[in-house]
Write a protein that binds this ligand. Structure first.
Ligand SMILES: *Cc1c(COP(=O)(O)O)cnc(C)c1O
Length: 371
């Protein structure tokens, strides 16, 4: 509550929710959980979320960029870290030196990693990525056996794992994911027959972890549901999951304006009568999208954002909360009394998904971590 005396707007991260959400998936799948903390833990704060996820039962962490892995290592985190995809060539040594397991999909990449590992004086750990239908990264199924045969003779690398990634596991139609899973199983058995199948096998993201026990394999890669958010907006998570992030601010000014007053840049909004207008110190520089149709909670009620979103401020119409005054709490994402705005709701207004909403919470917004 006193954060508002210190910050203009801030994100509160409930680390208990992170531990809770990991625990549900551990129990549900019965396999190891890799907590995906890329993109500053989907905007939640990488290091505290990584620690909470490990406390909650995760055994692996995953990131998308070398700097993200280095941040975790610098914080003293020793758990295995997987880098989910591309590593720029001049960062390979750094990745190996930081004991980051890496993805690869060509024999040339494996050779470059091998050379980097030799220079560092370590063994690099690799996971072979098979493109079974996402068409983003990975070897095609038909090339898999050839690459895996060759990679066996490359020194300084250990073939730790093999994985694939689903494009449509969040949809009710299971056919597209069945096709991907079948192709992955075919590759696995071909590698098995030649004795070149790596030990750790993984495929499932949050959606598949929840709905597809056949794709659970040795571990699941838990992203969005770690944060208590829905893999697909149309299909809510079981109620035991708890969203971890709230985004809050404060009313910095409240005033009554006469009819006919333009509000904010461009005067795209004009008061129709005497209107109570509140000013809130959050703007697009904090990641609040400069679009129309936004709303926030004041006095446990939804109030509309009016006029243009500024870099550092938004204005709201407070007709429905006549008692609202400067200093009152504002909720952009989260609960206030019985009212609630989910990241999914903000995604609807912004024409995007919850993933992009929490990732958008700006670097200048302080994260407050609550145990
Ligand atoms: C980001 C990512 C995930 C996590 O997906 P969610 O839908 O957030 O659970 C899993 N695997 C890969 C390869 C990813 O890039």
């Amino acid at each position: 509550m006193s954060y508002m005396k210190y910050y203009s707007n801030w994100a509160e991260i409930d680390l208990g929710a992170i531990r809770n959400n990991v625990g549900i998936i551990c129990k549900h799948t019965g396999v190891q959980v890799m907590a995906i903390v890329k993109a500053n833990a989907y905007g939640h704060g990488a290091v505290p979320v990584a620690r909470a996820a490990l406390q909650g039962g995760a055994t692996w962490l995953a990131v998308a960029r070398v700097d993200e892995a280095v941040e975790l290592r610098r914080a003293g985190i020793v758990a295995p870290i997987f880098l989910l995809g591309y590593v720029p060539s001049l960062r390979l040594e750094e990745a190996v030196a930081n004991r980051v397991s890496m993805a690869f999909w060509t024999i040339e990449q494996a050779r470059c990693v091998s050379a980097a590992a030799e220079r560092v004086g370590e063994t690099a750990k690799l996971h072979f990525i098979v493109d079974t239908g996402m068409s983003r990264l990975g070897a095609q199924a038909g090339e898999a056996l050839d690459i895996m045969r060759q990679v066996c003779s490359i020194p300084h690398v250990y073939m730790e794992g093999i994985f694939t990634h689903f494009a449509r596991a969040d949809e009710p139609d299971s056919d597209p994911t069945n096709v991907q899973e079948d192709l992955f199983l075919m590759v696995l058995s071909a590698l098995d027959a030649e004795g070149v199948r790596p030990k750790i096998v993984h495929a499932a993201n949050s959606a598949a972890s929840l709905t597809r026990s056949s794709a659970v394999f040795s571990l699941v890669r838990l992203g969005i549901s770690l944060y208590g958010l829905f893999p697909n907006h149309k299909y809510p998570l079981p109620p035991e999951f708890r969203p971890a992030l709230s985004w809050k601010s404060v009313l910095s000014q409240v005033k009554v304006l006469p009819p006919g007053r333009g509000v904010s840049y461009g005067h795209i909004y004009t008061t129709r009568g005497n209107e109570r207008i509140g000013t809130i110190p959050v703007g697009y520089a904090d990641g609040y999208r400069r679009t129309t149709g936004n709303y926030v909670l004041v006095g446990s009620k939804q109030v509309p954002v009016i006029g243009r979103v500024c870099m550092d401020y938004i204005m709201v119409r407070l007709d429905s909360v006549t008692e609202a005054k400067a200093g009152d709490e504002v909720v952009l994402i989260g609960s206030q009394g019985d009212a609630r705005i989910l990241a999914e709701d903000v995604g609807d207004v912004w024409g995007t998904i919850n993933y992009e909403v929490t990732c958008a919470v700006g670097a200048r917004v302080p994260r407050i971590f609550r145990e």
